[in-house]
Ligand binder design. Structure first.
Ligand code: MEV
Length: 449
């Protein structure tokens, strides 16, 4: 079968048939099918759960699940679950968390938890008429969505406000209904989108049913109704603080004054140069995404919001700030984090459920403080390494195992390589050469015996 031929009916095939069809595209189809099947869950019920989370599943894709202990946040100690594929992220978070736990830990505060959704519409009419009738329309929008908002209101959330936004300066006849929501402990995407789609229907009916509008004004083109992943008002701030002098006990820090001077410059560079800022912020999201994944949250939404927020001043910059004054070092991270601890994957994925239990079943606000602190911990560790011994020494040590596994070395070779590279520079080439030399020695010895 040509590989370019359009596949039809794939979704209707049984999982076995899907696996065989995909594996059949490889020369070693039996082996490929075996690998895919080996990652399926033994427990059929659990496998069904995973199959139903997504579509067209042919296997499961595992990521390592690690724990970063010793996160002292607002006086409470957490074991933080992290799901991530990059070696050294959990180690860096753990190292940083333990270090700051000896200095009072992280102080975190949730600034706000407001989420936004928009109905974007095109309307050719007299804005003054719409403005005059907007209070009536707003009442309607709130009253007619009660059947959706009732439960959320019982939990203390719901629609906070609805505004009419005139966007005609940007595009002809373009307006928005901009609604704000409190979704309590839920991430709330489905709740918000359901409200918005209902708003769109009510809005269209408003124009067509109210006699005050005439001619073209009776028509409204709803372009789309969707939540915004930009959540600058769902914001958390976390910080660590200590005397400059006391930083002498941080790994790789010989002269705390000079260290802080370099640290400040590094953060300043990430505030003025977007090339550096993107990498700096990526290091923050190493921690945040790992917690988001472990707790079943939508890390793409969180990333999108964080990076948009990093540009809210008109230039993309670091999400962290450093302050050094009166002999004190204070390092903080302010980041929007629309997280949930109920609903969605948080209650479906058994390991997400476990993560939340491990964290003591936190509210969404508490989880915001934990994820943000993980982000700051990872970033602190990265900057500390960058301005002292560099990032590669630690990274490549952690990466050594990945290289050895890629080279499919035996356990005894792995041990010898770990000992050999304990105090040597690690690179793919150096590890490869070392393994080859080991094997060569082995062959030479066998030839002689
Ligand atoms: C690597 O995943 C993250 C870092 O590049 C972050 C940074 O440079 O700040 C180390």
């Amino acid at each position: 079968m040509s590989k370019n031929k359009i596949l039809t009916g794939f979704s209707k095939l049984s999982k076995d048939a899907k696996i065989d069809l995909i594996a059949g595209r490889f020369d070693n189809s039996g082996e490929v099918a075996g690998i895919l099947r080996s990652f399926l869950h033994q427990d059929d019920k659990l496998q069904k759960l995973f199959d139903e989370i997504s579509e067209n599943t042919i296997s499961n894709f595992y990521f390592p699940f690690g724990i970063a202990p010793n996160f002292l946040i607002n006086g409470r100690m957490y074991l933080v679950p992290m799901v991530i594929e990059e070696s050294s992220v959990v180690a860096a978070a753990s190292n940083s968390a333990k270090y700051w736990a000896t200095k009072g830990g992280f102080s975190a505060e949730v600034i706000s938890t407001v989420k936004v959704g928009q109905v974007h519409f095109i309307w050719k009419g007299d804005l003054e008429k719409l403005k005059a009738l907007f209070p009536m329309l707003k009442n309607d929008l709130i009253a007619k969505t009660k059947y959706i908002t009732e439960n959320m209101e019982k939990r203390g959330g719901g629609i906070l406000d609805i505004e009419l936004v005139d966007m005609t300066a940007e595009m002809e006849h373009y307006y928005q209904l901009k609604a704000t929501f409190d979704t309590r402990d839920a991430m709330g995407a489905n709740f918000i989108n359901s409200c918005l789609e209902e708003f769109a229907v009510i809005l269209k009916n408003h124009f067509s049913n109210v006699d005050y509008y005439t001619g073209e004004e009776k028509q409204c083109h709803v372009i789309m109704s969707i939540l915004s992943n930009y959540t600058p008002e769902c914001l958390v701030k976390t910080s660590v603080e200590c005397s400059v002098r006391s930083l002498k006990d941080a790994d790789d820090v010989n002269d705390p004054g000079h260290f802080v001077w370099k640290f400040e410059k590094a953060v300043r560079i990430a505030q003025i140069d977007p090339y550096r800022a993107a990498t700096h912020n990526k290091g923050i999201f190493n921690g945040i995404d790992a917690v988001a994944l472990a707790t079943g949250n939508d890390f793409r939404a969180i990333e999108a919001s964080g990076h948009a927020y990093a540009a809210h001043g008109g230039r993309y910059r670091s999400l962290t700030d450093v302050e050094v004054s009166g002999g004190k070092f204070r390092y903080s991270l302010t980041v929007p984090l629309a997280l949930g601890t109920v609903g969605g994957l948080t209650s479906l994925h058994p390991l997400a459920g476990f993560s939340l239990k491990l964290l003591g079943n936190p509210s969404a606000k508490e989880l915001m403080t934990i994820a943000a602190s993980a982000g700051l911990a990872n970033n602190f560790a990265a900057i500390r390494s960058l301005v002292t011994r560099g990032i590669q020494a630690g990274h490549m040590k952690m990466h050594l195992l990945n290289i050895l596994n890629t080279l499919k070395v035996a356990e005894n070779e792995k041990k010898l390589a770990m000992a050999h590279f304990a105090n040597r520079k690690v690179s793919y080439v150096s590890v490869h050469k070392f393994i080859e030399s080991l094997r060569q020695n082995h062959t030479d010895k066998s030839d002689k015996s």
